[in-house]
Design a protein around this ligand. Structure first.
Ligand code: PGA
Length: 348
Protein backbone atom coordinates (compact mmCIF):
# COMPACT_ATOMS: atom_id res chain seq x y z
CA UNK A 1 0.00 0.00 0.00
CA UNK A 2 2.75 2.45 0.88
CA UNK A 3 5.13 3.40 -1.86
CA UNK A 4 8.47 4.57 -0.55
CA UNK A 5 11.59 5.71 -2.26
CA UNK A 6 14.44 3.72 -0.84
CA UNK A 7 17.13 1.27 -1.85
CA UNK A 8 16.71 -2.43 -1.54
CA UNK A 9 19.85 -2.48 0.57
CA UNK A 10 18.23 -0.03 2.96
CA UNK A 11 15.11 -2.13 3.08
CA UNK A 12 17.17 -5.22 3.83
CA UNK A 13 18.96 -3.44 6.65
CA UNK A 14 15.71 -2.28 8.12
CA UNK A 15 14.38 -5.83 7.95
CA UNK A 16 17.45 -7.09 9.76
CA UNK A 17 16.86 -4.51 12.47
CA UNK A 18 13.18 -5.12 12.57
CA UNK A 19 12.68 -7.47 15.48
CA UNK A 20 14.92 -5.88 18.04
CA UNK A 21 14.50 -5.83 21.73
CA UNK A 22 11.15 -7.44 22.37
CA UNK A 23 11.81 -11.16 22.55
CA UNK A 24 15.08 -13.00 22.29
CA UNK A 25 13.78 -16.22 20.74
CA UNK A 26 12.22 -14.22 17.93
CA UNK A 27 15.52 -12.51 17.29
CA UNK A 28 17.26 -15.84 16.99
CA UNK A 29 14.76 -16.99 14.44
CA UNK A 30 15.39 -14.00 12.24
CA UNK A 31 19.13 -13.98 12.72
CA UNK A 32 19.27 -17.55 11.44
CA UNK A 33 17.17 -16.58 8.43
CA UNK A 34 19.56 -13.75 7.69
CA UNK A 35 22.46 -16.18 7.47
CA UNK A 36 21.21 -17.46 4.20
CA UNK A 37 20.51 -14.95 1.46
CA UNK A 38 17.90 -17.18 -0.04
CA UNK A 39 15.90 -17.77 3.11
CA UNK A 40 16.30 -14.16 4.10
CA UNK A 41 14.77 -12.93 0.88
CA UNK A 42 11.98 -15.48 1.24
CA UNK A 43 11.48 -14.03 4.70
CA UNK A 44 11.22 -10.42 3.55
CA UNK A 45 9.24 -11.19 0.45
CA UNK A 46 5.90 -10.53 2.08
CA UNK A 47 7.09 -7.13 3.30
CA UNK A 48 9.06 -5.70 0.44
CA UNK A 49 8.06 -5.91 -3.17
CA UNK A 50 9.68 -4.35 -6.18
CA UNK A 51 7.62 -1.50 -7.52
CA UNK A 52 8.56 -2.34 -11.09
CA UNK A 53 10.13 -5.65 -11.97
CA UNK A 54 11.69 -4.20 -15.12
CA UNK A 55 13.66 -1.47 -13.34
CA UNK A 56 16.76 -1.40 -11.24
CA UNK A 57 16.18 -1.65 -7.49
CA UNK A 58 15.74 2.07 -6.86
CA UNK A 59 12.26 2.06 -5.43
CA UNK A 60 10.18 -0.51 -3.67
CA UNK A 61 6.62 -0.81 -2.59
CA UNK A 62 6.72 -1.42 1.13
CA UNK A 63 3.35 -3.10 1.13
CA UNK A 64 3.14 -5.64 3.86
CA UNK A 65 -0.60 -6.11 3.67
CA UNK A 66 -2.99 -6.05 0.76
CA UNK A 67 -6.07 -4.92 2.69
CA UNK A 68 -7.76 -1.53 2.47
CA UNK A 69 -6.79 1.08 5.08
CA UNK A 70 -9.18 0.83 8.04
CA UNK A 71 -9.95 3.45 10.70
CA UNK A 72 -12.27 2.87 13.64
CA UNK A 73 -13.52 5.38 16.17
CA UNK A 74 -14.11 3.94 19.64
CA UNK A 75 -16.43 6.35 21.41
CA UNK A 76 -16.36 4.33 24.64
CA UNK A 77 -18.64 5.48 27.46
CA UNK A 78 -17.51 9.09 27.89
CA UNK A 79 -19.96 11.51 29.37
CA UNK A 80 -18.22 14.69 30.40
CA UNK A 81 -14.54 15.49 30.05
CA UNK A 82 -13.04 18.06 32.38
CA UNK A 83 -9.74 19.70 32.99
CA UNK A 84 -8.40 21.18 36.15
CA UNK A 85 -8.02 24.94 36.24
CA UNK A 86 -7.08 25.10 39.88
CA UNK A 87 -7.36 22.58 42.72
CA UNK A 88 -10.96 23.74 43.26
CA UNK A 89 -12.21 24.52 39.76
CA UNK A 90 -12.97 21.90 37.16
CA UNK A 91 -13.81 23.30 33.77
CA UNK A 92 -15.93 21.27 31.41
CA UNK A 93 -14.56 21.54 27.89
CA UNK A 94 -16.43 18.89 26.02
CA UNK A 95 -19.33 16.58 26.42
CA UNK A 96 -19.35 13.25 24.63
CA UNK A 97 -21.82 10.46 24.93
CA UNK A 98 -25.06 12.39 25.25
CA UNK A 99 -27.75 12.56 22.57
CA UNK A 100 -26.78 16.15 21.93
CA UNK A 101 -23.03 15.65 21.67
CA UNK A 102 -23.47 12.59 19.47
CA UNK A 103 -25.73 14.55 17.18
CA UNK A 104 -22.98 17.19 16.78
CA UNK A 105 -20.30 14.55 16.17
CA UNK A 106 -22.45 12.81 13.57
CA UNK A 107 -23.15 16.06 11.73
CA UNK A 108 -19.42 16.89 11.71
CA UNK A 109 -18.67 13.47 10.24
CA UNK A 110 -21.44 13.80 7.68
CA UNK A 111 -19.90 16.94 6.20
CA UNK A 112 -16.27 15.80 6.43
CA UNK A 113 -14.37 15.07 3.23
CA UNK A 114 -12.99 11.56 3.55
CA UNK A 115 -10.55 9.77 1.27
CA UNK A 116 -12.36 7.03 -0.61
CA UNK A 117 -9.83 4.23 -0.12
CA UNK A 118 -10.46 3.84 3.61
CA UNK A 119 -12.97 1.69 5.48
CA UNK A 120 -14.36 3.81 8.31
CA UNK A 121 -16.26 2.51 11.33
CA UNK A 122 -17.46 4.20 14.52
CA UNK A 123 -18.55 2.46 17.70
CA UNK A 124 -20.98 4.48 19.82
CA UNK A 125 -22.22 3.28 23.21
CA UNK A 126 -25.04 0.71 22.74
CA UNK A 127 -27.81 3.11 23.73
CA UNK A 128 -26.89 5.55 20.94
CA UNK A 129 -26.33 3.06 18.12
CA UNK A 130 -29.83 3.49 16.77
CA UNK A 131 -29.53 7.28 16.85
CA UNK A 132 -26.21 7.09 14.99
CA UNK A 133 -27.48 4.55 12.45
CA UNK A 134 -30.43 6.79 11.68
CA UNK A 135 -28.40 9.96 11.20
CA UNK A 136 -24.88 9.00 10.05
CA UNK A 137 -23.87 8.87 6.41
CA UNK A 138 -23.77 5.36 4.89
CA UNK A 139 -20.12 6.06 4.09
CA UNK A 140 -19.31 5.13 7.69
CA UNK A 141 -20.20 1.76 9.20
CA UNK A 142 -21.25 1.26 12.80
CA UNK A 143 -19.69 -1.14 15.31
CA UNK A 144 -20.72 -2.21 18.79
CA UNK A 145 -18.27 -2.08 21.68
CA UNK A 146 -19.11 -5.58 22.92
CA UNK A 147 -21.47 -8.53 22.39
CA UNK A 148 -22.62 -11.71 24.11
CA UNK A 149 -20.68 -14.92 23.47
CA UNK A 150 -23.48 -16.83 21.76
CA UNK A 151 -27.08 -16.76 20.69
CA UNK A 152 -29.27 -14.38 22.67
CA UNK A 153 -31.38 -15.69 25.55
CA UNK A 154 -31.77 -15.29 29.30
CA UNK A 155 -28.61 -13.24 29.85
CA UNK A 156 -29.62 -10.12 31.75
CA UNK A 157 -27.75 -7.02 30.72
CA UNK A 158 -26.17 -8.55 27.63
CA UNK A 159 -26.65 -7.60 23.97
CA UNK A 160 -26.67 -10.40 21.41
CA UNK A 161 -25.06 -10.43 18.00
CA UNK A 162 -28.52 -11.00 16.52
CA UNK A 163 -29.68 -7.73 18.09
CA UNK A 164 -26.63 -5.90 16.76
CA UNK A 165 -27.41 -7.13 13.28
CA UNK A 166 -31.02 -6.08 13.71
CA UNK A 167 -30.02 -2.46 14.30
CA UNK A 168 -27.51 -2.48 11.45
CA UNK A 169 -24.14 -3.04 13.17
CA UNK A 170 -21.61 -4.59 10.83
CA UNK A 171 -18.75 -4.77 13.32
CA UNK A 172 -18.01 -5.40 16.97
CA UNK A 173 -14.92 -4.42 18.98
CA UNK A 174 -13.70 -7.37 21.07
CA UNK A 175 -10.80 -7.97 23.43
CA UNK A 176 -10.29 -4.29 24.17
CA UNK A 177 -7.87 -3.81 27.06
CA UNK A 178 -10.56 -2.07 29.11
CA UNK A 179 -12.67 -5.23 28.87
CA UNK A 180 -9.67 -7.44 29.61
CA UNK A 181 -8.16 -5.48 32.47
CA UNK A 182 -11.10 -3.56 33.96
CA UNK A 183 -13.98 -5.97 33.39
CA UNK A 184 -11.83 -9.12 33.60
CA UNK A 185 -12.59 -10.87 30.31
CA UNK A 186 -10.11 -13.62 29.50
CA UNK A 187 -8.77 -15.00 26.23
CA UNK A 188 -11.19 -17.92 26.10
CA UNK A 189 -14.24 -15.71 26.65
CA UNK A 190 -13.07 -13.23 24.03
CA UNK A 191 -12.28 -16.01 21.55
CA UNK A 192 -15.79 -17.41 21.94
CA UNK A 193 -17.34 -13.99 21.34
CA UNK A 194 -15.25 -13.49 18.21
CA UNK A 195 -16.12 -16.92 16.84
CA UNK A 196 -19.83 -16.38 17.39
CA UNK A 197 -19.91 -12.86 15.92
CA UNK A 198 -18.04 -14.05 12.84
CA UNK A 199 -20.32 -17.06 12.46
CA UNK A 200 -23.23 -14.59 12.27
CA UNK A 201 -21.55 -12.41 9.66
CA UNK A 202 -20.52 -9.57 11.98
CA UNK A 203 -16.93 -8.37 11.53
CA UNK A 204 -14.61 -8.37 14.54
CA UNK A 205 -12.11 -5.68 15.47
CA UNK A 206 -9.93 -8.01 17.53
CA UNK A 207 -7.81 -6.09 20.03
CA UNK A 208 -4.51 -7.29 21.45
CA UNK A 209 -1.78 -5.52 23.39
CA UNK A 210 0.63 -5.70 26.28
CA UNK A 211 0.74 -3.92 29.63
CA UNK A 212 3.70 -1.66 30.36
CA UNK A 213 5.21 -4.17 32.79
CA UNK A 214 4.89 -6.90 30.17
CA UNK A 215 6.74 -4.76 27.63
CA UNK A 216 9.42 -3.94 30.18
CA UNK A 217 9.80 -7.65 30.96
CA UNK A 218 10.38 -8.38 27.26
CA UNK A 219 7.07 -10.21 26.92
CA UNK A 220 5.35 -8.07 24.28
CA UNK A 221 5.38 -10.69 21.54
CA UNK A 222 4.46 -13.50 23.93
CA UNK A 223 1.43 -11.59 25.20
CA UNK A 224 0.26 -10.55 21.74
CA UNK A 225 0.72 -14.04 20.29
CA UNK A 226 -1.14 -15.60 23.22
CA UNK A 227 -4.04 -13.23 22.63
CA UNK A 228 -3.96 -13.98 18.90
CA UNK A 229 -4.14 -17.70 19.62
CA UNK A 230 -7.49 -17.16 21.32
CA UNK A 231 -8.84 -15.70 18.09
CA UNK A 232 -7.10 -18.23 15.84
CA UNK A 233 -7.66 -21.40 17.82
CA UNK A 234 -5.83 -23.54 15.31
CA UNK A 235 -2.45 -25.16 15.11
CA UNK A 236 -2.22 -25.30 18.87
CA UNK A 237 -2.92 -28.55 20.69
CA UNK A 238 -3.91 -26.67 23.82
CA UNK A 239 -6.30 -24.41 21.98
CA UNK A 240 -8.53 -27.41 21.27
CA UNK A 241 -9.13 -27.52 25.00
CA UNK A 242 -9.52 -23.86 25.78
CA UNK A 243 -10.78 -22.32 22.60
CA UNK A 244 -12.86 -24.88 20.79
CA UNK A 245 -15.07 -22.25 19.18
CA UNK A 246 -12.30 -20.18 17.66
CA UNK A 247 -12.70 -18.71 14.23
CA UNK A 248 -12.69 -20.72 11.04
CA UNK A 249 -12.26 -17.76 8.69
CA UNK A 250 -10.22 -14.57 8.99
CA UNK A 251 -12.02 -12.78 6.17
CA UNK A 252 -13.91 -10.49 8.52
CA UNK A 253 -11.32 -9.79 11.21
CA UNK A 254 -9.27 -6.64 11.69
CA UNK A 255 -6.53 -6.94 14.32
CA UNK A 256 -6.02 -3.88 16.49
CA UNK A 257 -2.65 -3.74 18.22
CA UNK A 258 -3.19 -1.45 21.19
CA UNK A 259 -0.39 -1.36 23.76
CA UNK A 260 -2.22 -0.81 27.04
CA UNK A 261 0.30 1.79 28.20
CA UNK A 262 -0.61 3.94 25.19
CA UNK A 263 -4.39 3.87 25.53
CA UNK A 264 -5.84 7.12 26.79
CA UNK A 265 -2.49 8.17 28.21
CA UNK A 266 -1.22 10.53 25.50
CA UNK A 267 1.88 8.28 25.23
CA UNK A 268 1.65 7.07 21.67
CA UNK A 269 3.92 4.22 20.58
CA UNK A 270 6.61 5.46 18.23
CA UNK A 271 6.08 4.48 14.59
CA UNK A 272 9.04 2.10 14.98
CA UNK A 273 7.63 0.48 18.12
CA UNK A 274 4.26 -0.01 16.46
CA UNK A 275 5.77 -1.27 13.21
CA UNK A 276 7.90 -3.78 15.09
CA UNK A 277 4.87 -5.43 16.68
CA UNK A 278 2.70 -5.17 13.56
CA UNK A 279 5.35 -6.93 11.50
CA UNK A 280 5.64 -9.63 14.14
CA UNK A 281 1.86 -10.09 14.17
CA UNK A 282 1.80 -10.44 10.39
CA UNK A 283 4.65 -12.91 10.59
CA UNK A 284 2.74 -14.86 13.25
CA UNK A 285 -0.33 -14.98 10.99
CA UNK A 286 1.78 -16.20 8.13
CA UNK A 287 3.35 -18.99 10.17
CA UNK A 288 0.27 -20.03 12.14
CA UNK A 289 -2.66 -19.34 9.83
CA UNK A 290 -1.57 -18.78 6.22
CA UNK A 291 0.40 -16.41 4.02
CA UNK A 292 -2.85 -15.38 2.37
CA UNK A 293 -4.44 -14.40 5.69
CA UNK A 294 -1.26 -12.57 6.71
CA UNK A 295 -1.42 -10.52 3.55
CA UNK A 296 -5.13 -9.72 3.61
CA UNK A 297 -5.66 -9.06 7.32
CA UNK A 298 -5.64 -5.41 8.31
CA UNK A 299 -3.44 -4.78 11.38
CA UNK A 300 -4.37 -1.42 12.82
CA UNK A 301 -2.72 0.52 15.63
CA UNK A 302 -4.50 2.06 18.62
CA UNK A 303 -3.29 4.10 21.59
CA UNK A 304 -3.24 7.90 21.69
CA UNK A 305 -3.51 8.30 17.93
CA UNK A 306 -4.39 11.86 17.00
CA UNK A 307 -4.41 14.23 14.06
CA UNK A 308 -0.80 15.21 14.68
CA UNK A 309 0.79 11.74 14.85
CA UNK A 310 -1.35 9.63 12.50
CA UNK A 311 0.51 10.46 9.28
CA UNK A 312 3.90 9.34 10.62
CA UNK A 313 2.39 6.12 11.93
CA UNK A 314 0.52 5.50 8.68
CA UNK A 315 3.77 5.57 6.71
CA UNK A 316 4.91 2.33 8.33
CA UNK A 317 4.37 -0.57 5.97
CA UNK A 318 2.62 -2.90 8.41
CA UNK A 319 0.27 -0.26 9.85
CA UNK A 320 -2.99 -0.65 7.96
CA UNK A 321 -5.03 1.90 9.86
CA UNK A 322 -6.04 2.93 13.36
CA UNK A 323 -8.41 2.37 16.24
CA UNK A 324 -8.94 5.77 17.80
CA UNK A 325 -10.47 6.65 21.17
CA UNK A 326 -10.30 10.24 22.40
CA UNK A 327 -9.47 11.85 19.07
CA UNK A 328 -12.42 10.14 17.38
CA UNK A 329 -14.75 12.29 19.47
CA UNK A 330 -13.81 15.35 17.44
CA UNK A 331 -15.17 15.06 13.90
CA UNK A 332 -12.56 17.19 12.06
CA UNK A 333 -9.64 15.51 13.87
CA UNK A 334 -11.04 12.05 13.20
CA UNK A 335 -11.31 13.02 9.51
CA UNK A 336 -7.64 14.04 9.54
CA UNK A 337 -6.73 10.62 10.95
CA UNK A 338 -8.83 8.84 8.31
CA UNK A 339 -7.20 10.90 5.58
CA UNK A 340 -3.71 10.02 6.82
CA UNK A 341 -4.01 7.18 4.32
CA UNK A 342 -2.51 9.71 1.92
CA UNK A 343 0.76 9.51 3.88
CA UNK A 344 1.08 5.95 2.61
CA UNK A 345 1.07 7.13 -0.96
CA UNK A 346 4.55 8.58 -1.09
CA UNK A 347 5.81 8.87 -4.63
CA UNK A 348 8.54 6.41 -5.49
P1 PGA B 1 -7.15 6.40 22.78
O1 PGA B 1 -7.98 5.01 22.86
O2 PGA B 1 -7.03 6.74 21.30
O3 PGA B 1 -7.97 7.39 23.54
O4 PGA B 1 -5.83 6.14 23.38
C1 PGA B 1 -7.78 4.00 21.93
C2 PGA B 1 -8.68 2.84 22.22
O5 PGA B 1 -8.99 2.61 23.39
O6 PGA B 1 -9.12 2.14 21.31
Amino acid sequence: MAVVSTSLAGAVTSQLNQFSGLRKSFLKLDASSANSNQSFFLNVDSHIRLASSGKACRSVVAMAGSGKFFVGGNWKCHLVSCFLISPCILKQYTQNGTKESISKLVSDLNIATLESDVDVVVSPPFVYIDQVKNSLTDRIDVAAQNCWIGKGGAFTGEISVEQLKDIGCKWVVLGHSERRHVIGEDDQFIGKKAAYALSQGVGVIACIGELLEEREAGKTFDVCFQQLKAYAGNDYQLSILWCADAVSSWDNIVIAYEPVWAIGTGKVASPEQAQEVHAAVRDWLSKNVSADVASKTRIIYGGSVNGANSAELAKKEDIDGFLVGGASLKGPEFATIINSVTAKKVAA
